[in-house]
Design a protein around this ligand. Sequence first.
Ligand code: THU
Length: 530
Amino acid sequence: MSKRVFIIVLDSMGIGELPDAHLWHDEGSNTLGAIRNHENFCCPNLTKMGLFNIDGVGGGIEKPTASFARLGEVSMGKDTTIGHWEIAGVISPEPLPTYPNGFPEEVLDAIRKKTGRGILCNLPYSGTDVIRDFGEEHVKTGDLIVYTSADSVLQIAAHEDVIPVPELYKICEDVREIMQGKHGVGRIIARPFNGVHPFTRTANRHDFSLTPPKTTMLDLLQKAGYDTISVGKIVDIFAGKSISDSNRIKNNRDGMNISIGIEDRDFNGLCFINLVDFDMVYGHRNDVPGYAKAMTEFDQQLGVFIDKMRDDDLLIITADHGCDPATPSTDHSREYVPMILYGKHVKAGVDLKTRRSYSDIAATVLDYFNVPQEDVSGESFLKETLSESAFLPDSAPSDAKLMEFAAEAQKRAYAPYSRFQVGAALLTAEGKVYQGCNIENATYTPTICAERTAFFKAISEGERNFAKLAIAGGREGEALSDLCAPCGVCRQVMAEFCSPDFIIVLGTPEKYKEYKLSELLPEMFTKKDL
Ligand code: THU
């Protein structure tokens, strides 16, 4: 059986300040809060799933279809790298280093020694200004233009005719080796340019990311033989480590289209998706209408995505930090992030409230794949959120097989009065099957349906935990009907012994569909009402 988890990171989609936001000068930041009331914002799919039911968000609906939580950030950071590492189970006790006054002499010395070249600039600088101001001297001397920004980066600009691109990349790799430990900046960035003053940057930018300092969920998944697919900048954030296949994207729309395409692949493992436009194009530019519109577009594509999900797929929607576009700051903000867990096996409307760390996602993903967590941080919320059908042993029959058991039981029906024969196959949480058929009576009323026969057999044998039920029925001597749905009394019996997420498989062994009990019996009356 193939199991798949899709994690979609809406880059910077925070949902309100963390308790320590004041330490980051982010009091009052709320990225979702800043865009949700804009006329461009229309997200029915996220709303149905329960985005607004999350702790502290406000405006939730009555019956959300997903399980959800508000996650705090334990790491000392509010950047993309640290946020994603925490999602993958690595807590960073220290922020990545930044250099508002330029790099210290010890770093510059090491770079000079390693590369044999001098250094120009060494300040936070705009990328276009830096080549305008230092480009000519660089062309004359061959010295490296080293600069930084508010982010944890060391950037090296060089003219392509002075330092050919492959050589610049090699220099960046060497600098990457130097910039470890206390000088472990998030990225070393090669910034080639060409032409004459004021010079133009070329498309050969390349990022050399810091390798995560500890074991991530990706490492453990790959070691256990699972696929680890990256969409967007995930591959860079993890410096390519433990990624089996990476897919570059042009923008959010392209990222979702590629992910929708990946849903058709028969992989077994994780597909980890980052949609960076929310942050890069709208958050940093304080573009509220743009951010709101981008969410609306995402929500439309999300509709397509969820329609294509398979029965054993899990979808997690989350974020890596905030970037409130309505505050004067154009920087990231220290915020809670949403966690929405959706899938056929996921119980609808489980409110996990506020949890400590983004890393609970890593623990949950590993738990789903039965991979021991080792030293990866986080606490799994799998048990609370998945229905019994998700924990079936590998030996349990598939839906098709369960349908065959139902069809086999149908042949044993005792239905001389209605001549309508029904068979049922009830699967317990341990993977055992109980079959039942309808049994009629000359006085009609003592007649019992196939479903209840199966349930009462199982219950009288001591079974109490049920995962699925398949039903097959049809007129005597004829083919099975396309859909034999359970009667109201049988639905009520199921409500007594099964959760609202109990799965009922209807159709024929050739063509069947899964339903949740809550779909077949909404607003059910159960012991909780007494
Ligand atoms: N029946 C079932 O066994 N299960 C169903 O889901 C629908 C109906 C039986 C009861 C009766 O023996 C016959 O079908 C006609 O109602």
